[in-house]
Design a protein. Structure first.
Length: 278
């Protein structure tokens, strides 16, 4: 099933939304997407996952038409846990070795935006790159999880874009600023709880031009291994988001561009790039 966050804001007639559209989020709700209908849910979906990892949503009222709502980021994570250099060809294109264990970094939850929302190009950066990725949403609190048990703690999967100010990442020598700007984590358009991420084609396009294409089968470290590794030193909370790494083909974007991340069987995520205004 597909879980969404949505708004029935009066701002819905806009094609793309500016970051910080407060009226949009004030009316946000969770929903179950079935065909072209959104069934409102009582609460955040992670609260309805039982001890066995079974999700049984509680539907509130009659559905809305999908065309009558604005989809928002389908996650409200306490943190975004990201994996660097998890595709060998991507590591090679940046002149790096493939890490022997998952290379972990964090993005702040304030970086999260939803489908159609604008990525703001910072005035202090001279190069901002797209990085299309598969996102994994955690369904239950977990710590010290084995690889064998890791799938039981996954709520579902979504699309993500690990937008990066590449020049600042290189300048700083660590990744917090270069990857942590507000709007630098587009996510959506939904969380699919039944999606099978095995050997799926992942693409990233800019203005319709193909920039990245690979398959999830080429991840260096599998999703269960990533979860087992992370939970050895960090508790993952329901709703937390893991970005599993980007394949080769990363490249710059500029204000006016539209980035699209697509994964076969999961959908696509579009976000425009706009210049920062002070």
């Amino acid at each position: 099933m597909r879980i969404v966050r949505y708004s029935k804001s009066s701002s819905m007639e806009e094609d793309f939304l500016p970051f910080g559209a407060d009226d949009l989020y004030a009316s946000a709700g969770w929903g179950l997407l079935v065909d072209d209908l959104v069934y409102p849910l009582l609460r955040a979906p992670y609260l309805d996952v039982d001890a066995d990892g079974v999700y049984a949503p509680e539907i509130l009222t009659r559905p809305y038409k999908l065309a009558d709502v604005r989809l928002l980021a389908p996650v409200t994570p306490s943190k975004l846990v990201c994996v660097g250099r998890n595709y060998a060809e991507h590591a090679a294109e940046l002149g790096n070795e493939v890490p022997s264990e998952p290379m972990i970094f964090l993005k702040p939850p304030t970086a999260v935006i939803g489908p159609g929302e604008a990525v703001v190009y910072p005035s202090i950066s001279e190069r901002v790159d797209h990085e299309g990725e598969l996102g994994v949403v955690i369904g239950r609190r977990c710590r010290n999880v084995s690889e064998a048990d890791a799938p039981h703690f996954i709520f579902g999967y979504t699309l993500a874009n690990d937008v990066t100010a590449r020049d600042l990442q290189k300048k700083d020598g660590q990744w917090t600023r270069g990857k942590g700007f507000d709007t630098f984590a587009p996510v959506g358009p939904w969380v699919d709880t039944t999606f099978d991420p095995t050997d799926r084609v992942l693409r990233c396009l800019v203005n319709g031009e193909l920039r990245q294409q690979s398959t999830t089968a080429l991840m260096v470290h599998s999703i269960p291994r990533i979860i087992a590794h992370v939970t050895r030193f960090m508790t993952l909370e329901p709703g937390d988001l893991i970005l599993t790494g980007t394949p080769s083909g990363i490249g710059p974007v500029k204000p006016g561009d539209v980035m699209t991340v697509a994964i076969d069987g999961l959908g696509s995520l579009d976000n425009p790039v706009v210049a920062e205004t002070m």
